[in-house]
Design a protein around this ligand. Sequence first.
Ligand code: SAM
Length: 353
Amino acid sequence: MARSESDTWDLANSVGATATLVAAARAAATNRPHPVISDPFAEPLVRAVGIDLFTRVATGEFEGDDGALGIPRMTDMFAARARFYDEYFAQVADAGIRQVVIVAAGLDSRAYRLSWPAGTTVYEIDQPEVIEFKTTTLSKIGAKPTTERRTVGIDLREDWPAALQAAGFDVAQPTAWLAEGVLIGFLPPQAEVRLLDNVIALSAQGSRLAADHGSVIGSSEDSLEQAQKITDSLARHGFELDYAELIYPGEHTDVAAHLRDRGWDVIRYRLHDLLTAAGLPELETADETGPATNVGFATAVLWSLHRLLRFWFEKGTDLSGYSKADLKRVQDKLNNRPRPPSTSTHPHNASPP
Ligand SMILES: C[S@@+](CC[C@H](N)C(=O)[O-])C[C@H]1O[C@@H](n2cnc3c(N)ncnc32)[C@H](O)[C@@H]1O
């Protein structure tokens, strides 16, 4: 069924099922002999949802048939993505950030599986049923969050900033945001812009964001054909999900450009960079490169002006002789400086390079 303004779901249908599929890929990646990620909660969560096909993906029993559902490569892609964001969180922890918000958290178990510095609070936002299911299932198997975890069950098309603040979010503290697997077509473009503008408004200086963006289904005929192949393959294996119908058609927001235009220091990545960083094989066939062309990745930092200027002017320089406009020009120049292509996963250091 096509998307509508106030549609809802659980983890076994519509957009919710995509969270289960991604978790199944993380489980499959975890179960490999030389895993690049470790998500021990993914498999029990997927089993609890109860979609037989996805459980078989999670355990490694189902690897696809005719290549339409190329499970091994899908596993590589989601594993590389998960690893990239795990490393992002390690880096934000090193930078001293103790407030984390995971939007569209789905079956993300980072609040249970990562080692967070003392005093970190992780907020998770998703549809109420999704959040509730994860909390209950993990509690039933005796899993405990490794830090303070606060949940916000709300639709991201509604007033989530108010709900987040009601849960204790502190606008004065720098925040590390993550939007994994959501700004890729699951929200209408206007809702994406609103979400980013809300993130910006709630971000104290020093905040960071990591996200993937674009559209998991591009608008080309090849992309639509590919989506149809996935839908058909899912149906052949007993699961009805019209993949293309989950995605809002049209142009989606370039998250990297949106943040850069608003003064954030942004680095772009392609899926290829993430796979290479994880030591996984490159993309080869058209089925594999399709999603890679339509989706990009970005990490962004809102450096404080003070911190930026310290890297431009000699230590001890008296800045009182510069007008606000001069300083703003320097800030813009720094934020828009050309950078060499990325060679490591997260070249955003604790300070501007
Ligand atoms: C592909 S899943 C990604 C889940 C998780 N971030 C991960 O990577 O495992 C997309 C997630 O976005 C959530 N989502 C999409 N649209 C949403 C909305 N309007 N409000 C709340 N959550 C939404 C879904 O419930 C789902 O959990």
